[in-house]
Design a protein around this ligand. Structure first.
Ligand code: NAD
Ligand code: GLY
Length: 368
């Protein structure tokens, strides 16, 4: 078991616990925080696989719990599901000393976190992430949100969890495509600021992409260390935290165009493609070497993730550009991209010339 503290901001410090068999010990970890009741917010798929182990563990530790399950999938990050969850918390009679537990992937974490932020002006919540993406990224850092028809993650709050329990064993039931998708966010952390970690992910650690638990554990630990350091420095994304968006401005535009339906591009697949595009754009501008681009592409492809726009579909350059400019990371009409001087050397590039990005997108295969 490894404990990684998250601290440094204006928020109360908390621990991310990474290890095996943590779900069965969750009651012991949560009991000191739960002065009253807990409500487990989960999705219907995860509820069927992992909720019982959690409730048994909570009961054994003397913690009362109820389950609120939402449909699995991005569609649950909606006003309708948020209202339903909040209404259930009211119906159950939760009060301000009670705790919400998010048991699930990034969808459940974002939705339950926002419900906890809003309920009675904010109650404590615990994250028990069950996807690799949620363990290495969304459960840490306090970003919570729902989507609206106008875009993803546009309504939300910063609300840090009191505790994160990342149990490597729960990843055994995750479909392989979801493991690979989360692996993209792991690779992203190496690309941002840790070339040695990226080397390990490309070699000895590569088995994590197909679910090897020892490799996954080390990859989750290092990813959380990197993310917690960034969040501790810049909770509200005034500067350095934007680096965590490497691959997201290109990737998010592609993801939006493809749609968020089940079976379409997974979030991590879009991020992997976006990272390759960011490195290729950086090389085009003379900012990083062609060798680094080739290595990034090779490692992403070896993990079974897309490297080329054509693998995601057909796109119009202007439409992608509009989506990139409309992204919440854009400031004053100018494009902000996360680019890199090399592997492990990402930086925030502001005021990027949109006409150069358009030309790049056409070179990438988008139509003019
Ligand atoms: P998800 O929560 O939809 O989970 C993916 C699928 O896996 C779902 O069908 C779910 O039911 C299933 N699942 C989850 N755990 C399982 C398990 N252990 N075994 C079997 N099936 C399991 O998707 P995700 O990829 O975890 O998260 C994506 C969401 O995270 C997006 O909405 C994205 O915006 C958000 N996100 C948030 C942040 C943040 O900082 N808050 C960061 C990155 C992504
Ligand atoms: N996933 C990006 C962030 O947490 O800031």
């Amino acid at each position: 078991m490894t404990i990684i503290p998250v601290s440094g901001g204006a928020f109360a410090a908390y621990d991310v616990v990474v290890g095996r068999g943590l779900l069965a010990q969750a009651g012991t970890h949560i009991a000191p925080l739960a002065r009253g009741r807990t409500v487990i917010v989960t999705d219907e798929t995860v509820a069927g696989i992992h909720a019982e182990a959690l409730t048994v563990s909570l009961t054994a530790a003397g913690v009362r719990s109820e389950i609120v399950a939402v449909p699995a999938g991005e569609g649950s990050k909606s006003f309708a599901e948020l209202e339903r969850v909040l209404d259930r918390l009211l119906e159950i009679g939760l009060d301000r000393k009670d705790v919400v537990i998010a048991l699930g992937g990034g969808v459940v974490g974002d939705l339950a976190g926002l419900a906890a932020a809003l309920f009675m002006r904010g109650i404590d919540f615990v994250q028990i992430p069950t996807t690799l993406l949620a363990q290495v990224d969304s459960s840490v850092g306090g970003k919570t949100a729902i989507d609206t028809p106008r875009g993803k993650n546009l309504v939300g709050a910063f609300h840090q969890p009191r505790l994160v329990l990342a149990d490597i064993d729960v990843l055994a039931t995750l479909p392989e495509r979801q493991v690979r998708s989360g692996w993209a966010e792991v690779l992203k952390h190496g690309l941002i600021c840790d070339a040695a970690f990226f080397d390990w992910l490309a070699g000895e650690g590569a088995a994590g992409a197909t679910g090897d638990p020892a490799a996954l554990e080390r990859a989750v630990i290092r990813s959380v260390e990197i993310k917690s350091a960034v969040v501790g420095e810049d909770e509200k994304e005034a500067g350095r935290r934007a680096l965590l968006n490497l691959g997201h401005t290109f990737g998010h535009a592609v993801e939006t165009e493809v749609g968020f339906d089940e079976g379409a591009l997974a979030h991590g697949e879009a991020v992997a493609l976006g990272c390759c595009m960011a490195f290729r754009y950086a090389a085009r501008e003379g900012l990083c070497s062609a060798q680094d681009v080739a290595r990034v592409e090779a490692v992403v492809a070896a993990a079974g993730l897309p490297t080329r726009l054509a693998q995601a579909g057909s796109f119009a350059a202007d439409r992608l550009l509009t989506l990139m400019a409309g992204d919440k990371k854009a400031e004053g009409g100018a494009l902000t991209l996360i680019l890199a001087h090399g592997i492990g050397q990402a930086f925030v590039a502001k005021g990027v010339d949109a006409s150069k990005v358009r030309a790049f997108l056409i070179e990438e295969g988008a139509t003019a």
